[in-house]
Design a protein around this ligand. Structure first.
Ligand code: FES
Ligand code: FES
Length: 182
């Protein structure tokens, strides 16, 4: 999609003057023009206006997955969505995950010596974590082919793909164990 300036996209629809977005479990009210411009992207709103810097804006054109958040249960690229389009919707960023989220734990453990690492610089990690969250919420025991398919829109410039796939498998096992214990 073409961009008009940094953090904005050329617009489409006529937005409503009052915008309500549920972010990490809390509804936020915004006023059009005062808080959100019609061309502001969701990634810009989350990072620059609200301080949710977990998501990264790397390519800013839908090609890398670093800006992934979950919207109504599905992983989405926040650099490709206008903030006004999320009116009435529910957004989850990595900051909204529990501290002991099994996916976060699995990615963290996958960086310890003895494992193939799931992260080096970490720029891509929040995006991978959020797509993994959406995948495992829908399909708690995915096959490797399903993992690859779900994460195929993500780029890791450090080349940690094998470790990332392992982390997803470990996260799935952790979630299953948690389910057995509860
Ligand atoms: S920053 Fe959104 S896909 Fe790359
Ligand atoms: S860990 Fe560096 S880009 Fe993935």
């Amino acid at each position: 999609m073409p961009k008009s300036s940094k953090g904005t996209k050329k617009n489409v629809a006529t937005p409503s003057p009052d915008i309500k977005i549920k972010i990490n479990g809390t509804w936020h009210n915004f006023e059009l023009e005062r808080d959100i411009t019609p061309t502001m992207t969701l990634s810009y709103l989350l990072r620059e206006k609200l301080g949710y810097t977990g998501l990264k804006v790397s390519c800013d054109e839908g090609g890398c997955g670093a800006c992934t958040v979950i919207m109504d249960g599905k992983s989405v690229l926040s650099c490709m969505i206008l903030a006004v389009e999320t009116n009435g919707h529910e957004i989850l960023t990595i900051e909204g995950l529990a501290k002991d989220d099994p996916i976060v734990e699995a990615f963290a453990e996958q960086c310890e010596p003895g494992y193939g690492t799931a992260l080096q610089c970490g720029i891509c990690t929040p995006g991978f974590v959020m797509s993994t969250r959406a995948l495992l919420d829908e399909n708690p025991v995915p096959t490797m082919a399903e993992v690859k398919e779900a994460l195929s829109g993500h780029i890791c410039r450090c080349g940690c793909y094998a470790g990332i796939a392992q982390a997803v498998t470990h996260a799935s096992e952790k979630i299953a164990k948690k389910g057995e214990a509860s």
